[in-house]
Design a protein around this ligand. Structure first.
Ligand SMILES: [Zn+2]
Length: 358
């Protein structure tokens, strides 16, 4: 820099410095605002209040959550140290029901991955969604006959069902029992969509005969090659819950699926280090009710809020109230990272592939 030019440039420099200072202050103010994922991630228990979801699957929280017991005759919770076995009571009841129905269908039992945090909200790692207690990940690995120890549940790997190069299901691993499990999950009216790897969707499209109506709910998405993701709709008593637009009525085996077998969805992420929504979200980004959800007093004990077939003493279930039809969010209003909600993702940046349990 030519020093002599400084006097002339001074007004400019002063203005520029002022702008820089302002920007730094704004950045400091933003970073001083606690991140919602830290606040929700720190909660070990829900409060004992009527169950209610607030906001959207990828931007919300929920009250009155209950825990899926660590194990039952037909399920075991995996990665228990994450403390993500919490859900809306309707979700937890449905996981237990699926485990029983699947066992009757010949599936040995469910290995259950992440549901939600005790009060939902964004998570420290993984998952854009799972925030309102209405999403659950279930492994595509059958439950072993012997109960797993806690250490085994932390370390056991799930089975990768899809060839990462061809994006096709590994023939040696996929069985009719896998298909029956997904069909059973899709059969429940509460279940609105099930996310699976495109290879799994294709396998179903290519092999399911007879009733194919349930294929409508099976939605292809990145990852989901070790587990499937079951999403239920907004439950009665949650007027602040925002539903997702319905899946198209057809089986989804045509053009939208073919897109997944082009190169486009698999191009490397050009900006892998860009912050994710969860890294930026503060309480201001969540429904205002989430502040109260966060502030509510902890349940007296874990036992008090562990689901026991609907008879849990302290679990308060909201009376269904007549409500306006839930507001729905269309995929167009969501950021690219929430494109799990788009029928076919717009041209965009593939998400990082979730690893087992994500
Ligand atoms: Zn999931």
């Amino acid at each position: 820099m030519n020093l002599r030019s400084l006097p002339d440039r001074k007004p400019f420099l002063t203005a520029a410095l002022a702008l820089v200072t302002l920007a730094a202050l704004a950045a400091a103010a933003i970073s001083a605002e606690p991140r919602a994922k830290d606040l929700f991630g720190a909660k070990k228990l829900p409060a004992v209040v009527p169950a209610q979801s607030f906001g959207f699957y990828s931007k919300g929280c929920f009250a009155g959550g209950v825990a899926l017991p660590m194990e039952g005759p037909t399920w075991q919770v995996m990665r228990p140290s994450r403390n993500r076995r919490w859900g809306h009571p309707a979700m937890i009841a449905l996981i237990e029901k699926l485990s029983r129905d699947a066992a009757a269908d010949g599936w040995p039992g469910l290995l259950v991955g992440d549901v939600s945090q005790p009060r939902g909200g964004p998570m420290m790692t993984g998952h854009a969604s799972h925030q309102i207690g209405l999403d659950a990940d279930i492994w595509l690995t059958p439950m072993p006959k012997r109960p797993l120890t806690i250490a085994q549940r932390e370390s056991m790997s799930a089975t990768l069902m899809v060839d990462e190069k061809t994006h096709l299901v590994k023939d040696a691993l996929w069985t009719p029992a896998h298909t029956r499990l997904l069909k059973r999950a899709a059969s429940y009216p509460e279940v609105e969509r099930i996310l699976v790897n495109p290879g799994i969707k294709k396998e179903l499209c290519d092999t399911v005969t007879g009733d194919r109506s349930w294929l409508r709910k099976i939605r292809p998405f990145w990852g989901h090659d070790y587990h499937f993701h079951m999403r239920i709709g907004c439950q009665p008593g949650s007027p602040g819950c925002k539903g997702q637009e319905a899946t198209p009525a057809d089986d989804g085996c045509g053009k939208p699926l073919a897109w997944w077998f082009t190169e486009e969805p698999w191009r490397p992420n050009k900006n892998p280090d860009a912050p994710k929504a969860r890294d930026l979200m503060t309480m201001a980004n969540l429904p205002k009710e989430c502040q109260a959800v966060l502030a509510a007093t902890d349940a007296p004990s874990l036992a008090a809020v562990t689901y026991q077939g609907g008879s849990t003493a302290a679990v308060a279930v909201a009376e269904p109230q007549p409500t306006e039809p839930a507001e729905t969010i269309s995929s167009g209003t969501l950021p690219a990272q929430a494109s799990a909600f788009a029928p076919t993702p717009k041209i965009g940046i593939p998400l990082p592939r979730p690893r087992p349990g994500n």
